[in-house]
Design a protein around this ligand. Structure first.
Ligand code: SIN
Length: 362
């Protein structure tokens, strides 16, 4: 039986064994790059177009297909053998749990193939951080997975999509990215899926990892890493979506001055299995909302206290007696990422102590 072998493994073998693998007539500069990267396109501004070159708001996202995205950056052919697949063509505010399950299954299938060394996902920036964290928890491979978007459509002056896509493919083709979990390539920077967030409505430097720090930079056609998260990801998680067609309903309620429990009660009434409470400050619970949260928990709804400020630890038994209320705290996850972890946690257990363990693990 013949065993398929990726061209990158073959070139490593050639280098190690001094085998004359390359055809002598081919000069090094002309040889195809050895890494094989598949680009999965999902839409967003990186595939968007505007009426004029100065249209940077009011353009249409998700209009350009993956073949045109690849053709617009011929430099990609220098760093990897690239294939494209159009998985969806949507603005990322329409990304759903079902899209995530479809995407994650496709990523896992591709990465199980010996002829795929890495995957790049082009994505709208609005929910890019959420898709990245979902994949970080459910991809079952050490091979690189890189999400990339753009803050300006391809028709704009100084469009950022082409350089971001080039960097993403460079990263997905690199040995440095192996085993680092799902990564985000934006604005010449490398971010980790768990902690990156979109911080500005429109500027190209919108993606940041506040306080915990980005992982590295791109410079001179190379990725450089400086940090790594200590949290478990990809092959080291307990989550398996291979047989799932849906995820439990988990919703977010927001804290603010003069808050009322109407939205919370409606979501619980509509069947939410979990609620992320994006509390003010360090995750405080207003006295007008606490009775509804307590009642929801007694009905079996999992309650996670998170914080709308988006940075810092929400301390267990800090602003509320979580042990007594049987609530979970989100640690440093922002509300939208806490929602993802709680959905996946609920596919494994409804035990609040076990779910708290997961929030301190991932
Ligand atoms: C989107 O998220 O699909 C639109 C905004 C963007 O990609 O920057």
């Amino acid at each position: 039986m013949s065993v398929p072998i990726s061209s990158r493994v073959l070139s490593a073998l050639c280098a190690l064994t001094l085998l004359a693998c390359a055809a002598p007539a081919v000069r090094a500069a002309d040889a195809a790059p050895s890494a094989h990267v598949t680009i999965l396109a999902t839409g967003g501004t990186i595939a968007g177009s505007g009426a004029t070159s100065t249209t940077t708001v009011g353009y249409t996202a998700a209009t350009v297909g993956v073949d045109r995205l690849i053709a617009a950056v011929p430099e990609l052919a220098k760093v990897a053998q690239v294939k494209g697949e159009q998985v969806f063509q949507i603005a990322s505010e329409n990304m759903s749990n079902e899209h995530w399950l479809t995407l994650a299954k496709r990523v896992n299938t591709l990465l199980a193939q010996s002829d795929v060394d890495g995957v790049v996902i082009t994505h709208g920036t609005d929910t890019l951080e959420e898709t990245a964290y979902f994949l970080d928890l459910v991809v079952k491979s050490r091979k690189p997975v890189v999400l990339v978007g753009a803050m300006r459509p391809g028709t704009a002056l100084s469009a950022d999509g082409p350089i971001n896509l080039y960097n993403a493919v460079l990263l997905a083709a690199s040995q440095e990215a192996v085993g680092k979990g799902v990564l985000v390539a934006m604005n010449d920077q490398i971010h980790g899926a768990r902690d990156v967030t979109k911080t500005n409505t429109s500027t190209p430097d919108s993606f940041k990892t506040p306080e915990l720090g980005m992982l590295g930079y791109f410079q001179g056609n190379k990725p450089y890493f400086y940090h790594a998260s200590t949290r478990k990801h990809t092959i080291d998680t307990e989550f398996d979506i291979s047989k799932l067609d849906a995820l439990p309903q988990v919703d977010i309620v927001y804290g603010y001055a003069n808050v009322n429990p109407v939205a919370l009660n409606a979501l619980v009434g509509a069947g939410a299995k979990g609620i992320i409470h994006a509390g003010v400050g360090d995750g405080s619970l207003a006295s007008k909302v606490l009775p509804s949260l307590t009642a929801a928990r007694k009905q079996g709804v999992l309650i996670v206290r998170s914080a709308r400020v988006g940075q810092g630890i929400v301390a267990r038994n800090g602003e509320a007696n979580d042990d007594e209320l049987d609530f979970v705290v989100s640690d440093t996850l922002n509300p939208q990422k806490a929602r993802i972890l709680l959905m996946l946690a609920l596919t494994k257990t409804s035990d609040s102590k076990d779910i708290q363990r997961m929030f301190y693990t991932y």
